[in-house]
Design a binder for this molecule. Structure first.
Ligand code: FE2
Length: 302
């Protein structure tokens, strides 16, 4: 069963939203004043993460996956910021690149509101910013809630322009084999967990046994509907922005799109299954991050 809560996400009552945002603005203005706005391109951090996978085939020892998520190309996230994230990742020489959604859109969606207004310029911006992304084992993408909330036309344009612009292979409820030096692993991807079109069953169908399986899912809480028999080794996600705004000693005051805090940022465990959640590159609603800098991730499998 799917659950929808809190701010970055599903419709919330407008009054609670406004109260929350007052707090955000108060913290935000403090942050800007102290230079902790954290949204400038120079604040983007390259997080190098080593993840141990049981039975990783020898040819994939040291395989490097670049992860970019939550770009939110929009009036508040300029093309230059997106371009900086791409350059930072390329300098780390990933073997493969995973893009885990929320490429466009920058506002919440209140109950009963229609899709976000779609401006193709912001797709053009991100395609331009990402034109230098290349990796020997390819670029793979899944869509996030904000991409879907931008409407069917936005999804169509995004999918087409990412394919023709810089060669993204979309994993919309399907899987592919990634081969290297005679070995292989399986890579699957799903449409955003909150969409009716999300289908882990289709995404994981036909996977050969005894193969390492990696799943791209914008929302880490897809873990709620995965069972042991599906034997996913690793999920790569974004969606939370790490909270986007954190307070000293308290951490992120908002649940940021997930019910379980273990999925807010970094590595989480469900049995043997690991999920890595990146803080992402862009931001929502206000051009402010506080004690929560934007992230580009380089994951090394061992
Ligand atoms: Fe999201």
């Amino acid at each position: 069963m799917k659950h929808h809560f809190d701010i970055f996400t599903k419709p919330i009552p407008r009054r609670s939203f406004l109260k929350g945002m007052l707090g955000v603005f108060a913290v935000g203005s403090m942050g800007v004043g102290r230079g902790y706005a954290n949204t400038s391109s120079s604040n983007i951090r390259l997080e190098r993460v080593t993840i141990t996978i049981q039975n990783l085939p020898p040819a994939f020892q040291g395989f490097k996956i670049g992860l970019l998520s939550d770009l939110h190309s929009s009036p508040i996230v300029p093309k230059e910021h997106l371009q900086s994230s791409a350059e930072l990742l390329m300098a780390a020489e990933p073997d493969m690149i995973a893009l885990t959604g929320d490429f466009i859109g920058h506002t919440f969606r209140f109950p009963g509101e229609p899709y976000h207004e779609f401006d193709p310029q912001y797709v053009a911006d991100i395609v331009d910013a990402f034109s230098g992304l290349k990796a020997p084992h390819g670029l793979y993408g899944v869509l996030g809630n904000h991409d879907f909330w931008s409407g069917p036309e936005a999804v169509e344009v995004l999918v087409r322009e990412f394919e023709t612009g810089f060669g993204v292979q979309w994993l919309r409820n399907r899987n592919v084999k990634v081969e290297r030096g005679g070995d292989s692993i399986m890579l699957a991807g799903i449409d955003d967990y909150w969409q009716d079109s999300c289908s882990p069953g289709d995404a994981l169908q036909g996977l050969p046994p005894d193969t390492v399986r990696i799943l791209l899912s914008h929302n880490p809480e897809v873990n709620e509907i995965l069972y042991d028999w599906q034997e996913i080794d690793l999920i790569l996600s974004g969606h939370t922005h790490g909270g986007q705004i954190k307070l000293p000693f308290i951490g992120a005051p908002f649940q940021a799109g997930v019910r379980q805090r273990k999925y807010m940022e970094g590595l989480a465990w469900d049995g043997d299954r690991q999920t890595y959640v990146t803080r992402g590159v862009g931001h929502l609603v206000v051009p402010i991050r506080f004690l929560c800098p934007p992230e580009v991730t380089l994951i090394t499998l061992v």
